[in-house]
Structure formats: C-alpha cells, structure tokens
Write a protein that binds this ligand. Structure first.
Ligand SMILES: Nc1ncnc2c1ncn2[C@@H]1O[C@H](COP(=O)(O)OP(=O)(O)O)[C@@H](O)[C@H]1O
Ligand SMILES: [Mg+2]
Length: 361
C-alpha cells in the first residue's frame, strides 16, 4: 500500500524549474491519484515550456517508480497554448475560432514504441461510417497476403464523442496492466484499445480538449501495441468526427503517417470532408485517400470521386449501403471477417492494398 504523504514528499523533493518549489507545493502536479500500488498525475504547461518540463516529468516518473511497492506510474505532461495576454476583440468570431486560424506549435506525443505506422481514419461529421471503415480496414490490412505471415495490426478508438469499437469488435472489460503497460484487448486478430473501455459503458463523459488528448496520449504510448521482436505494422486510429479544436489538438499530438477520410455522397458531407482534408494539410499529414460510404439509391454516388480529384488526393473507392455492413458492426464481427470472400471484403482488400502501399509497408 503506497502512502499518499510519501508520494507527496517524493514529488516535493523535485523542484519546479520555474518557481523552485516542489512539484506538489508549486501546484504543478494536477489530479494526483494514489492507490494501492500506483500513482499518477498530470502537469499542464504552456507550449513554450514543454521542453523545459519534459525532464521534470521523467524525473518524477523515475522517482515514483523507485518507491518500494510501486508498480504502476503514470505522469502525463500536456502542453496547451497560453491564453492571449489581453482579451482581443474581433467582430463575430469566438476566441476559439480566432485561435484556430493562428499558427500553433504542435507538440506531438512521442511515437508509440514498436509501432511502424500510424494511420488516422477521419470524417468531417459523425454517422458517415468512420468507425465501420476503421474496423474493416484494420481487418483487411491484417488479411493482406504478405511473405512473413501477414501484417500485425492494431486499432485505437479515440472517438471521445462516441466510442464504438467495443460494440463493433465485441469487446468489454477494462484492459489489463502488465509491467506498467496497458495490455490491449485482442479481437479477430487485431489489438484493440478504446476510450470507451477506459470510461466504462454508459458513463456520460464530457471531454475537455486537454482531457481527450491526455487520454489519447496515454492509450497511444502506454499500450503494449508491439514488442521488439514482433512490432505492430500499423495502428489504425478512429478519430472523433469533425474539424474543431478537439480534433486539431488530437491530430497535432498524434504522430500520424497518413489519413483516410470517409464521406457519404451528399454535398453537405463532402464539404465536411474538404474541411477534414484542410485540417490534415495544416499539420502536414498526407491524406492517403477518400472513401465514399453508403452509396446507392438513397444517398447517390460519385460525389467523393469528384471531390478527391478537386483536392488532388487519391480516391480509394466506394462502399454500398448494405445490411451486411451494419449487421457486422452490431454483432461485433466486422463484415470483412464474417464474409471474407464477399463483395465488401473485396473492396476493403483494395483499399488496404492502396493504403499499405502509400504507407510503404
Ligand atoms: N455501408 C454501410 N451500409 C450499411 N450500414 C452502414 C454502412 N456504413 C456504416 N453503416 C452503419 O451506419 C451507422 C453509423 O456508422 P459508424 O461507423 O458508427 O459511423 P461513424 O463512426 O462515422 O459515426 C452504424 O450503424 C453502421 O453500422
Ligand atoms: Mg464512430
């Protein structure tokens, strides 16, 4: 049993480089939790101080780890842009909107260990089939014929607004911990982690931007996605829909190698896809392709192909609106896995080939 007072004493022995006071005394250690054999807290600093505080985080982590009986330590450093010195008045725009137009210094999270490529699946709005594409594309990537027994693939559900991976992959229960790392669930040959598994189903969580990015950072870097001898070839990240502050922060903090944007055929959804592409361009993440989902008599077809040409990004193809796709999601077995020889699986195999080629894996 770790003693809270002992943890505080250990942290106060480490000086805050700015105030010279201990980490707890200076108020730097936020949300300190101490339980049984573990301790953790977060430090929120200005972007310009991120480099100054990185060694402080490391020192705090090392000092806590050295305490007898301590097995799990989590110290999170988040860097937020400092608020403007003076309140600025601009006609009609909220300060958040103004903020978005300003160049920000991204503070990317360290790359997750033993992960070769990180691929984002994004959409400008919700309900277009982003998660459906994420799970099926992950399954299709892992089924790609490769010399040494296929690609090893993970999927990370970072959709703080509507985590759906637990349902779509049939997962439940909190992930385990082993040697200080989160052990991902495994489903259909995929390593999987979801923000929904951390909060518990039914928890109405309201995520502030910093909290969301903190959770994402933790799931990215503290999960054992791969090992030295068996690295993960690709980690597919299901991002929250939209192009607002939360999404911008998340993509700035995530070391992404490319993005796939999902859209339905209608003009309104395509305008959102355009904004999503602009967001990735802003942070120099290549858009590897656009997928048009739910094509058919109801929503039409072809809008995304035209849009991809206009944006000069690859068009990967379309997915028809079909019952089997939805049923697979509801039942926890992606259609690509349930019907590996079906038409939908064939399409996903094509998307997976194109994406794997673009990612050079
Ligand atoms: N091509 C499709 N055909 C039929 N249903 C689909 C298709 N794509 C997605 N769905 C269904 O639409 C709903 C929303 O999809 P989802 O992947 O959860 O969207 P998002 O992650 O963008 O919010 C789900 O019930 C899903 O099963
Ligand atoms: Mg979703």
């Amino acid at each position: 049993m770790i003693d809270r007072a002992a943890v505080i004493a250990v942290l106060d022995a480490i000086p805050d480089p700015k105030s010279g006071q201990g980490l707890v005394a200076s108020g730097l250690a936020k949300g300190l939790t101490v339980a049984e054999d573990r301790a953790g807290f977060a430090m929120e600093v200005a972007v310009s101080d991120a480099a100054l505080y990185a060694p402080v985080r490391d020192a705090a982590e090392a000092a806590l780890r050295a305490m007898p009986g301590m097995t799990r330590v989590s110290v999170i450093l988040t860097a937020e842009a400092a608020p403007a010195q003076e309140p600025r008045r601009t006609a009609g725009l909220s300060s958040a909107a103004v903020d978005q137009t300003r160049a920000k210094a991204p503070v990317p999270t360290d790359r997750p260990a033993h992960v070769r490529r990180v691929l984002a699946i994004a959409s400008g709005k919700g309900g277009v089939g982003k998660s459906t594409v994420a799970v099926n594309l992950a399954a299709a990537l892992s089924a790609l014929p490769r010399k040494n027994g296929g690609l090893s693939v993970g999927i990370l559900d970072a959709d703080v607004y509507g985590p759906s991976l637990p349902t779509m992959l049939g997962l439940s229960g909190k992930p385990g911990y082993e040697d200080g790392a989160i052990v991902p669930h495994e489903a259909h040959g995929l390593k999987a982690m979801s923000v929904g598994l951390l909060t518990g189903a039914g928890d109405a969580m309201v995520w502030r931007g910093p909290m969301a990015s903190q959770a994402l950072t933790q799931m990215l870097t503290q999960t054992r996605w791969g090992t030295e001898t068996r690295p993960l070839d690709v980690l597919v990240v299901d991002l929250p829909p939209g192009t607002g502050d939360v999404q911008l922060t998340l993509i700035q903090k995530t070391p992404l190698d490319g993005a796939v944007i999902v859209s339905t055929p209608q003009e309104v959804a395509l305008a959102d896809a355009r904004r999503a592409h602009a967001l990735f361009q802003k942070v120099n993440v290549p858009t590897l392709g656009l997928i048009e989902n739910m094509t058919g008599d109801i929503f039409g077809k072809g809008g995304a192909e035209t849009e991809a040409a206009r944006l000069e990004v690859p068009y990967l193809g379309d997915l028809p609106l079909t019952a089997a796709v939805r049923q697979g999601g509801d039942a926890g077995t992606p259609v690509v896995v349930a019907e590996p020889d079906g038409e939908i699986a064939k399409r996903f195999a094509g998307f997976a080939e194109a994406v794997a080629k673009a990612l050079n894996i």
